[in-house]
Design a protein around this ligand. Structure first.
Ligand SMILES: NC(=O)c1ccc[n+]([C@@H]2O[C@H](COP(=O)([O-])OP(=O)(O)OC[C@H]3O[C@@H](n4cnc5c(N)ncnc54)[C@H](O)[C@@H]3O)[C@@H](O)[C@H]2O)c1
Length: 370
């Protein structure tokens, strides 16, 4: 329970009108993480209770001091509940979101918001008809590595980017359960792909994706994509290359960006990285090819070190946990301000994922206007 003095502190900090009651449908790993973060009381939200179809997860919620509803209907008919968090298997998001909206609740849904664009269009229309806020937990828009990347690009530190490579690579395979089942929305495209596509799309919100090419692999898990390589082409020429792997033992950098004036690399989640750019032309061209490590090549010979500048990158110090800003913008939207993570933005991402599945299954590039 939040004490009165805590309520005043949080509400003042957010300039919020009240403390909101949130109930969770699904209490697995991610809902548990929401719970941990909400209990820090950085946002004016009280957890009113939890419902999960798995009794062992209800027990886990009670062990954390949470109230458990005896049914989904009991949760949805609780008049004290303002917000419903949907944190269940991916294919259940659309139906549960609709039910919660119809029950008169604001809804915050985990990613991927829905599996098909048709489902999402229906949910968006319903939220409008009900006059309720429908938000999506695209929390990785607030990740340190992504914010660092965006800041460097916005400041023009590497000129105009023409290739952005974004990779998330693990070697531990897939966790057991629904993530390995197609019918429940398993696979890496819907799990990590949705975040990585969303990040790139938010940097190029005003540019259409005109081509999608994807190759999905089922290396150890036959039902789903446990690895994929995706290439998006944007209308002004940017290529975004996105890879997710669960079977990689030597990782690429998290981000690698080629710009007109330099190259940027962010190595991993620590945000260590660097920008390398020229400070002067390398004049060491000559008519003869001098022997070098690249063999008989002028273009690929090592550059003279005094012609380049290297700037080290490190994690920005002003970035908070990525769930707090998701909740903050959601509450502000309930109180009348524009929603920052708009479901319409997520609709573009779902459409790109649909094109990616089509591309992979037909082994061809798909022309799009997304
Ligand atoms: N935003 C993020 O960074 C992030 C991270 C991890 C997971 N997620 C998302 O969160 C969701 C849940 O993932 P998870 O890792 O917690 O999975 P999980 O398997 O740990 O938990 C899912 C829970 O939902 C319950 N459930 C399923 N259908 C239900 C229903 N109809 N009613 C009530 N309960 C139901 C299951 O019993 C289970 O306890 C997924 O959509 C996933 O993509 C988001």
């Amino acid at each position: 329970m939040i004490t009165d003095s805590e309520k005043t502190r949080i509400n003042k900090q957010m300039d919020s009108k009240k403390t909101y009651n949130l109930a969770m449908i699904g209490f697995g790993g991610m809902a548990g993480h929401h719970c941990t973060q909400l209990l820090k009381k950085n946002v004016p939200i009280n957890i009113s209770g939890v419902y999960d179809i798995d009794e062992s997860r209800m027990e886990a919620a009670r062990a954390r001091g949470l109230y458990t509803y005896c049914s989904k209907e009991a949760l949805l008919s609780d008049k004290n509940v303002d917000i419903v968090l949907i944190a269940t298997y991916n294919t259940t998001h659309a139906k549960l979101s609709k039910e919660a909206l119809l029950a008169g609740k604001h809804v915050l849904c985990e990613k991927p918001v829905t599996v098909t664009s048709k489902e999402l269009e229906q949910v968006i229309s319903l939220a409008k008809a009900q006059g309720k806020i429908f938000g999506v937990d695209q929390n990785r828009r607030f990740n340190k590595d992504y914010i660092l990347l965006k800041r460097c690009i916005e400041k023009g530190l590497i000129g105009k980017p023409y290739v952005i490579e974004s990779r998330v690579e693990g070697s531990r395979g897939m966790p057991e359960g629904w993530r390995c089942q197609k019918s429940l929305g398993g696979g890496m495209m819907l799990d990590w792909g949705v975040h990585l596509i969303d990040q790139i799309m938010m940097m190029y919100e005003d540019e259409k994706v005109t081509n999608v090419f994807c190759k999905m692999y089922s290396i150890h898990y036959p039902e789903i994509d446990d690895n994929f390589h995706l290439t998006l082409t944007f209308e002004k020429g940017l290529t975004a290359h996105i890879e997710v792997s669960t079977n990689t033992f030597i990782n690429h950098p998290r981000w690698y960006v080629l710009g007109s004036d330099g190259t940027l690399q962010i190595d991993d989640w620590s945000c260590a990285g660097r920008i390398v750019k020229p400070i002067s032309e390398d004049k060491s061209w000559s008519a003869d090819i001098s022997p070098n490590q690249a063999g008989p090549s002028k273009t690929m010979a090592k550059r003279s070190p005094d012609t380049i500048n290297t700037v080290s990158l490190s994690a920005p110090s002003d970035v908070e946990d990525n769930l707090d800003p998701v909740y903050r913008q959601f509450i502000k939207a309930i109180e009348g301000q524009p929603l920052q993570i708009k479901p319409e933005q997520c609709l573009r991402v779902v459409k790109v994922m649909e094109a990616a599945f089509l591309s992979s299954s037909t082994s061809g590039a798909i022309d799009t206007q997304i």
